[in-house]
Write a protein that binds this ligand. Structure first.
Ligand code: ATP
Ligand code: MG
Length: 204
């Protein structure tokens, strides 16, 4: 099986994430994409992240009608910060015969050299890098290939139309009572409203 791993804070999940996962699935011929909501992102200090159980539930609602999408609470269930290398190695143990792909947006790719044990990640999984407005995806890919030249085919570009949508922008709209209709699945909007998740969100 060709398995895509898609980590993120998903606070909240939005159509940018869903399009990324769908395009990666099709363009890279994946059988399945596994969403991995992050525990505490070591690089995302400064704002309070919505409780993991809510972020997990929103992912579940968003992917409910996509049989090739799944979600795991593995990072949320562990104490402390989550590191992608630990997640990838865990999934490798669970799926020893699968070909692993790590789906990553261009902003995250630019930060890759800051991640823990990048080489170990790249030895286990091929990166599928997708465009994000405001980012220079090609330059970031070249940087990764130059830093880790001995790891063949460690990164592959997957084309997608730029969608200039972020959870930060959506939290800001929700906080100001502006509509987020069409930007996230209706069930996710309903859930976030019912649980008052972003009423006083302070975005950064
Ligand atoms: P925040 O504003 O809180 O950082 P976000 O929209 O960036 O939220 P994350 O959960 O941080 O979402 O991102 C998870 C993954 O999805 C990252 O690899 C990120 O690059 C990618 N991603 C998120 N939104 C987009 C988008 N609109 N286009 C391409 N990739 C995206
Ligand atoms: Mg982000």
């Amino acid at each position: 099986m060709r398995l895509g791993i898609f980590g993120g804070t998903f606070d909240p999940i939005h159509i940018g994430h869903l399009v990324v996962a769908q395009v990666a699935l099709e363009e890279a011929g994946l059988d399945r994409v596994l969403f991995v909501p992050a525990g505490v992102n070591p690089l995302k200090v400064g704002r309070t992240v919505t409780d993991g159980s809510h972020r997990l539930k929103m992912v579940e609602l968003a992917i409910a009608d996509s049989p090739q999408f799944g979600v795991t609470s593995w990072e949320l269930d562990r104490p402390g910060p989550s590191f992608t290398v630990d997640t990838v190695e865990h999934i490798r143990e669970q799926h020893p015969d699968d070909e692993l792909f790590l789906i990553i947006g261009a902003d995250n790719l630019r930060l890759l050299p800051k991640w823990k044990s990048v080489e170990r990640i790249l030895e286990q999984a091929t990166l599928l890098a997708l465009n994000r407005p405001g980012e220079d995806l090609k330059t970031s890919c070249q940087m990764v290939l130059a830093l880790y030249p001995h790891i063949n085919e460690s990164v592959r570009i997957v084309d997608m139309p730029g969608l200039d949508i972020s959870s930060t922008w959506l939290r800001d709209r929700l906080c100001h009572n502006l509509s987020v209709k069409h930007l996230l699945p209706a069930e996710v909007i309903r859930y976030s409203e019912e649980n008052k998740l972003y009423d006083d969100s302070v975005s950064q």
